[in-house]
Design a protein around this ligand. Structure first.
Ligand code: FES
Ligand code: FES
Length: 178
């Protein structure tokens, strides 16, 4: 029978030379050494300790790892940390006010029971935040909302209450802006 073991081991990721990565995360500029192959999601979670950014599929499907990168929603599992060098990142930890007052989107998710286990919730909030900050008068039809949210998967809720939370977010954000 042919031997299948490798003659030489594949070098572990930890043996890679590290390079400095500087990001502004939730308003704070931080520099850490990271392997060039470290994912942005791992950098955020393991180097910065911001574990509110969740990882599910780690290949761009579920949306759990969504953060904003220079104001646009992006999947942090699909970028290397070094690619984000110099970028402004916002994570779920930077969404509520410093005194703990929830952002209108977080408030709406709570009021409308837009979550059950909550694993997907940071990703939904970051996607909604990015979209609603760019779109002051969004189309509130069921179809349009589901389209906006289609990049995030939820295994628990069946989405109906997340759609309600989207509409409630718009109400609360408009009230806060008045
Ligand atoms: S963990 Fe990034 S899209 Fe699923
Ligand atoms: S609330 Fe459980 S995965 Fe969405």
């Amino acid at each position: 029978m042919a031997k299948t073991v490798l003659k030489k081991p594949i070098p572990a990721a930890s043996s890679d030379p590290k390079v400095p990565v500087t990001l502004t995360v939730n308003g704070e500029t931080v520099t850490r050494e990271a392997s060039p192959r470290m994912l942005l999601s791992d950098f955020i979670r393991h180097e910065l300790g911001l574990t509110g950014t969740h990882v599910g599929c780690e290949h761009g499907v579920c949306g759990c790892c969504t953060v904003t990168i220079d104001g646009r929603a992006g999947r942090s599992c699909l970028a290397f940390a070094v690619q984000a060098d110099g970028a402004e990142i916002r994570t779920i930890e930077g969404v509520a006010d410093e005194d703990g007052t929830l952002h209108p989107i977080q408030q709406a998710m709570m009021e409308c029971h837009g979550l059950q286990c909550g694993y997907c919730t940071p990703g939904f909030v970051m996607s909604m935040l990015s979209y609603l900050e760019e779109t002051p008068e969004p189309d509130l039809s069921e179809k349009a909302i589901r389209e906006v949210l289609s990049g995030n998967l939820c295994r628990c809720t069946g989405y109906a209450n997340i759609v309600k939370a989207f509409r409630r977010s718009v109400e609360l954000m408009n009230a806060a802006a008045d």
